[in-house]
Write a protein that binds this ligand. Structure first.
Ligand code: CS2
Ligand code: MN
Length: 351
């Protein structure tokens, strides 16, 4: 496994690459062109400039998170083929730059949902948290306003929020079944270019792993992913295994899910959550005993199925007075990386 950190690019991220380079065992970053709107083609020059910048810092670009999928593709509108063509062009440019991992999600309208960006934990650290009652009491616009972040939140960019009413309208008749068909249509169209450049597509789970604001969601558990793996049965159609997203649903058995997907997990996100009561959870440090997941069992399952792609600590807590994009500070993610290193060393020596 290659331990990596997510990095949003020098225009957006407050953390410079040289600091990431100093975390033991971290050999690469997962990045994106954060300012390219979903649906637009990534220019060749900008893609290779990103690779060069990262290489110059002594790291590699281990994959892209994300090339966002335009809502016309997700909703299957008459415009989708044009946007799929653009996505294919972007993949060509990525392939030519030697990149062979692309993470994306297929959540309608927006990405992850949390109701608090800085809930205080007993040790004084702050974390992202989710409360179902709070979601049920709000509209997406009000929730976005109440999050009140000084940073652009990945997946909640202000320009998405501008079109939110018409976006909801677009999805009015989209059932989960229709959304699934649209995902299969999209992936089938991508497979030739993925095969040509050996690019692995890795779908990120929906977060939380159930429907919010009445929108359909399909990547929430093992049945849905297995169905998707069979519908487009090509190794380039794979999964981002994100413990923190699948794990929002306590009935998802994370190690069992990993063991059911050999060869199809191309990217792993690890983070821990603490369930407080039904409908309420908060993010925790990566350490098993701080949250509700058995991190040893998760890493062991990845190891046992022979997963050797990039793995990254996912959201961290905000600690030691750091100010950064919620979930994406340096300190706690570096602790997370160190913990993953420790688990991996122990597991590999057990053999
Ligand atoms: C990430 C997601 O920050 C997070 O929760 O895991 O935003 C993820 O990057 C996207 O869903 C992938 O497209
Ligand atoms: Mn994730």
């Amino acid at each position: 496994m290659k331990i990596t950190l997510r990095w949003f690019g020098s225009n957006f991220d407050t953390i410079p690459l040289w600091k990431i380079r100093q975390i033991p065992g971290v050999s690469g970053v997962i990045s994106t062109l954060y300012d390219v709107p979903a649906g637009e083609i990534w220019e060749k020059e900008r893609t290779s400039a990103l690779v060069n910048e990262i290489n110059e810092s002594g790291l590699e670009l281990s994959g892209i998170e994300s090339v966002n999928v335009h809502d016309a593709i997700k909703a299957g509108t008459h415009e989708r083929d044009r946007f799929i063509e653009n996505y294919i062009k972007t993949l060509e440019h990525l392939g030519e730059a030697g990149i062979n991992l692309v993470c994306y999600n297929f959540m309608p309208v927006f990405d992850w949902t949390r109701t608090e960006l800085a809930r205080v934990r007993p040790d004084g650290s702050t974390v992202l948290a989710y409360n179902q009652q709070a979601v049920d009491a709000l509209t997406p616009e009000k929730m976005f306003a109440s999050l009140d972040s000084e940073f652009v939140l990945p997946g909640w960019e202000p320009e998405r929020m501008e079109n939110i009413k018409s976006l909801f309208e677009t999805y009015r008749d989209i059932t989960p079944e229709k959304l699934f068909e649209n995902l299969v249509y999209f992936l089938k169209a991508l497979m030739p270019v993925c095969n040509k450049y050996d690019i692995k597509m890795a779908v990120h789970p929906d977060d939380p792993a159930w429907s919010v604001f009445g929108l359909p969601r399909i990547i929430t558990g093992l049945d849905g992913i297995k169905r998707l793996m069979n519908a487009v049965d090509d190794v380039h159609n794979g999964v981002t295994f994100c413990s923190g997203s699948y794990g929002t649903n306590p009935s998802n058995n994370l190690p069992e899910m990993i063991r059911a997907l050999p060869g199809r997990i191309h990217f792993a996100h690890v983070r821990n959550l603490k369930f407080n009561f039904p409908g309420d959870f908060e993010e925790a440090s990566h350490l098993s005993s701080d949250g509700s997941f058995d991190m040893y069992a998760i890493i062991k399952a990845l190891f046992d199925i022979g997963f050797n792609g990039p793995i990254r600590p996912d959201h961290g807590r905000m600690i030691w007075g750091e100010a950064a994009m919620p979930g994406y500070g340096l300190y706690d993610r570096a602790l997370g990386a160190a913990y993953i290193n420790g688990l991996l060393e122990a597991i590999s020596k057990e053999k």
